[in-house]
Design a protein around this ligand. Structure first.
Ligand SMILES: *[C@@H]1O[C@H](CO)[C@@H](O)[C@H](O)[C@H]1NC(C)=O
Ligand SMILES: *[C@@H]1O[C@H](CO)[C@@H](O)[C@H](O)[C@H]1NC(C)=O
Length: 653
């Protein structure tokens, strides 16, 4: 089958990377020395130097030698200091830290493998597995979600086991109703990413049975296509907005029983990266068009300032309720706007236009500040844009700072963006927002007894709320006092091992080059090790109460612990040319896809309606909202004058 290689650029970079890894990087490997008695003094010495540097760094930070925004240390007053913190650090052994992440992944995986193999749900405390379906066959929920992490971490024998299970036991022909969105981002996303990584990085987790021409060579892609064909029925609605669920055997969409039949906005609008990549791989443009149509229907509502209520009707294609937020049910709609733009290598500017518009809306209506520390908050508007602001952030919102930074540079570093002349006031200001929001998300961890964030954080704010238009405020340092303004309600103090903050740390580190983000990540990771370990060999688990010590454990390991959280920690501590950010796009479940150019008959099949400053549609087009025919028609028009510059995480519990 056709497959989607991105070209040799990445391969070349990866070769360099592995060449580098062959070099004896003694300075960076104090832990290796510690095993040898003879070398111990050297290790001690390096550790001492490390501590001194860390202390200097900390002191420098608090004295304001460099702002949180600086990618490098600013020169000190003498002007002679030009320390670069972006390169190989003398002080910290990131390779060793990365290995620790791999170790935790192995413990988690092996617990699952031993006690719950083939099950969708794993309880690390009772050491039992459970299926999601009544049929009891299993969806591969954990195995498929973790596939590409196994590859990235080069866990060859475990990957063989997983692949064998997929090849012999995984069968999607089951009479079960599954969530359209979750199944797409985790299962289809996981399989597609495994397809991409195994083709693009064949030297990672090589499989001896994966000979060219042997049956099953395209196992991941075949499974993904089979699954996609079953999911496609969800799109067969009056409006084109997919139903919340779908039956895998019949491919019939199932209207949500809750929420008065409405689908979550984020769920409907976060299927596009997956279906579009599959269309690119298989040449089947049907996948592309169905997924793309959703965004057109949503956009045709002409919502003010690009901010959308969190429910949308599959029957009418219009919104339900007034609740606007970037947390659960809203989040990845916004994420997939900018990522769709990046996925097709900037060839579909209308998605960037939509993203830009939403970001302006976020700044205008949702950004406020805590009191008195002035931490930047991305708040909610439960009663619509004219209603009162609710100073609340789901942990899910913490995908946003990294995504803002990604939107600013497209994945390259700030330095590279500046060199390319792509830096102005807007970029500077968006990046500052990303930096401040990252700090708030980091604060959610710092204020907790375990150092692990709660599911939801409320903030103390001034009344009336201070908005950006009243003047952008800079935050204080996060100290013990911050606890007074980060308000954790009793029902919200659980931690589900969620990835969004480390995801943002990963993007912020790659893009700003400021090692502070890696240090924050290391601190978070250590809290996970310390407080979420199940016991002897069960692995790691989520917390029912993360704000007391010892924490109360909860008997469940989320599949995104393996698919996302540990993957982002691993990548945060990896060299930056490993999976370079400007050549991939990472889906909302941390599955990795290539960027590609529009090819064959894949193209943007719609055009935005004209709208006013506020985003309201000003012109009613002659064409009726009947869909499929119009798609074909507008397709050709758009291609003709494409010069015109045009252009959410999981609400899971
Ligand atoms: C991956 O691990 C295998 C051993 O299982 C090793 O031979 C190979 O060199 C490793 N590949 C990389 C890229 O590190
Ligand atoms: C969106 O904003 C970016 C800057 O962040 C700018 O470079 C780009 O031209 C804008 N795109 C559109 C379509 O407005």
């Amino acid at each position: 089958m056709q497959n989607g290689h991105v070209g040799n650029a990445i391969g070349g970079k990866l070769d360099d990377y592995f060449d580098q890894r062959e070099l004896p990087m003694y300075k960076d490997k104090p832990y290796n020395y510690s095993t040898s008695g003879k070398a111990k003094p050297i290790y001690e010495r390096w550790r001492l130097i490390g501590s001194v540097l860390l202390a200097l760094f900390t002191v420098g930070y608090f004295l304001g030698f460099f702002s949180a925004g600086a990618t490098r240390l600013k020169k000190t007053d003498g002007g002679k200091s030009t320390w670069s913190w972006g390169g190989k650090g003398l002080s910290t052994d990131w390779d060793a830290r990365r290995e620790k992440v791999k170790g935790v992944f192995i413990e988690s995986w092996d617990g699952y493998q031993q006690y719950a193999w083939g099950h969708d749900i794993y309880h690390p405390l009772s050491k039992e597995g459970e299926q999601m379906s009544d049929e009891g066959k299993g969806m591969g929920w954990i195995i498929v979600d973790a596939l590409d992490t196994l590859m990235i971490m080069n866990l060859t024998s475990r990957l063989s086991h997983a692949r064998e299970w997929i090849s012999t036991s995984l069968d999607y022909d089951q009479d079960i109703n599954v969530n359209t969105f979750e199944t797409t981002i985790r299962m289809m996303g996981g399989l597609l990413s495994a397809h991409y990584i195994s083709n693009e990085y064949p030297m990672l987790a090589q499989l001896s049975d994966d000979d060219k021409g042997a049956p099953g060579e395209d196992l991941y892609l075949e499974k993904a296509t089979d699954l996609a064909d079953r999911l496609m029925g969800a799109f067969e609605t009056d409006s084109g907005i997919p139903d919340a669920s779908v039956n895998l055997r019949t491919s019939k969409g199932i209207v949500s029983h809750a929420d008065a039949g409405a689908s979550s906005t984020a769920e409907a609008a976060s299927l596009q990266l997956e279906f579009k990549y599959l269309a690119y791989l298989t040449g089947e443009k049907n996948y592309w068009e169905k997924a793309e149509k959703v965004i057109e229907v949503i956009d045709n509502n002409g919502m003010e300032d690009g901010l959308l209520p969190i429910f949308v009707s599959p029957i009418t294609g219009t919104f339900r309720g007034t609740n606007i937020r970037l947390g659960s049910r809203g989040d990845s709609y916004y994420e997939y706007l900018i990522k769709q733009y990046l996925q097709t290598a900037g060839e579909e500017p209308l998605y960037q236009e939509m993203w830009n518009q939403s970001l302006v809306g976020v700044r205008k209506h949702l950004i406020t500040y805590s009191d008195p520390g002035h931490f930047t908050i991305l708040a909610e508007r439960p009663d619509g844009l004219d209603g009162k602001i609710s100073p609340k952030m789901d942990h899910l919102v913490c995908f946003m700072p990294g995504t803002i930074a990604l939107g600013v540079t497209g994945g390259v570093t700030i330095e590279e963006a500046k060199k390319a002349g792509k830096w102005g006031e807007k970029e500077e200001s968006d990046m500052k927002l990303a930096i401040e929001l990252t700090k708030t998300c980091w604060g959610m961890y710092k204020v907790m007894a375990t150092g692990l964030a709660p599911e939801i954080t409320h903030f103390k704010i001034k009344d009336p709320a201070h908005m950006e238009s009243d003047g952008i405020l800079a935050s204080a340092d996060i100290t013990d006092k911050a606890k007074d303004e980060f308000v954790i309600k009793h029902n919200d103090n659980h931690n589900l091992q969620r990835p969004e903050t480390v995801e943002s740390l990963f993007y912020m580190w790659r893009i700003t080059g400021n090692p502070m983000y890696r240090e924050w990540g290391w601190e978070m990771f250590q809290s996970f090790i310390k407080y979420t370990k199940a016991d002897a060999d069960g692995g790691y688990t989520s917390l029912a109460h993360a704000n007391e010590i010892p924490p109360i454990l909860r008997d469940n390991m989320e599949s995104f612990w393996l698919a996302e959280t540990l993957k982002y920690f691993y990548l945060l501590f990896s060299p930056s040319d490993f999976l370079p950010l400007d050549s991939v796009v990472i889906n909302t479940e941390a599955h990795i896809f290539p960027r590609f150019k529009l090819a064959r008959d894949l193209h943007t099949g719609w055009e935005r309606k004209t709208r006013d400053e506020a985003g309201h549609i000003v012109e009613t087009p002659k064409t009726a909202p009947g869909r499929t025919i119009k798609v074909e028609e507008s397709t050709t028009t758009i291609l003709a004058d494409e010069q015109r510059s045009k252009e959410g995480h999981i609400g899971l519990t």
